[in-house]
Design a protein around this ligand. Structure first.
Ligand code: C5P
Length: 286
């Protein structure tokens, strides 16, 4: 079977505290975007899990770990062949590795129907903090380290996503963040952002786009701040880094505006430059 594993962006991300296990308690709003990896899943009688991808992946990658955790939890003594065709940029803050893991869990679940939803989400969380959201899809308030989800209505946004040559490692950014005193002065207004989503008030939502990790990311990779300003200069209503970066996106009033901005941004030679919308609800079987 073939699945579309959709990427996400953060419309808001605030860090509440650091836990004893090193993870950070977050509150935020995530939205699925149209960009996706294609994940093929073929249960096999061989007992091993094989992951093939058009990009180099670590042996213990998220798709492998998701399959292994599912088969163990379900007590299934079989293997699986997984193929991943990557389109979601990596080290981007778009949840690419989590989306792949979520698609693997979804695919195995549709084959075996061996676990209930609560167990599926629990396995997802153990594989990566963004996997529960990727299983959920659409638009949601995300809390905890990423596992507490509250559904919000699907928004209708026109986005231009940009990534330069460098990615950002999530653990590295969080540890940089821990050393920056300015982090305590949060400007997030989650209530206002939630109201904006519930009332489909795009302007109010754009006013409330916020990412507490941006400041530290700009220190690590100053080009991000320049990219954000360039997006604003092309007429974006607002612009924000997603997740732990390094993708920065602009929100536009129409598809036409987003496409025009893309043409303007092309002169800078960015490695990844894509217009997308928020019309997909998450994982889809092809
Ligand atoms: O769970 P995931 O593999 O996506 O997280 C990668 C790393 O990002 C974690 O090891 C941790 O350092 C950091 N992280 C965090 N708090 C979160 C999510 C991720 O500190 N809520």
């Amino acid at each position: 079977m073939l699945l579309k594993a959709h990427a996400k962006i953060n419309l808001l991300l605030d860090v509440l505290s650091k836990r004893d296990d090193g993870y950070h308690e977050l509150i935020g709003i995530m939205h699925t975007v149209d960009i996706f990896d294609t994940v093929g899943i073929m249960p096999s009688l061989r007992k091993d899990i094989i992951v093939e991808c058009n990009e180099l992946l670590p042996k213990n990658n998220t798709a492998y770990r998701a399959a292994s955790a599912y088969l163990n939890a379900a007590g299934i003594d079989e293997g699986v062949d997984i193929t991943i065709e990557k389109h979601i940029p990596s080290q981007a803050g778009m949840g690419g590795a989590s989306a792949d893991a979520a698609a693997v869990l979804c695919g195995l679940q549709s084959s075996y129907r061996a676990l209930d939803d609560a167990k599926l989400y629990e396995i997802g969380k153990s594989v990566g903090a963004d996997v529960p959201f990727c299983l959920h899809g659409g638009c949601a308030v995300v809390g905890g380290i990423g596992e507490k989800l509250e559904t919000l209505p699907q928004q209708n946004l026109y986005l231009l996503l940009v990534q330069g040559s460098a990615g950002i490692s999530t653990p590295h950014l969080f540890s940089t963040y821990d050393n920056v005193a300015a982090r305590k002065e949060t400007k997030a207004n989650i209530e206002s952002a939630i109201t904006a989503c519930k009332t489909f008030n795009g302007n109010l939502l754009c006013e409330n786009l916020y990412n507490a990790l941006e400041f530290s990311a700009f220190e690590l990779l100053p080009e991000l701040k320049i990219t954000k300003q360039r997006l604003l200069d092309t007429g974006a209503i607002n612009a924000l880094m997603t997740g732990s970066g390094s993708v920065v996106y602009g929100v536009y009033g129409s598809l036409k505006d987003a496409l025009r901005a893309k043409a303007q941004m092309q002169v800078y030679g960015y490695g990844f430059l894509e217009v997308t919308t928020t019309q997909n609800k998450g994982i889809r079987f092809i």
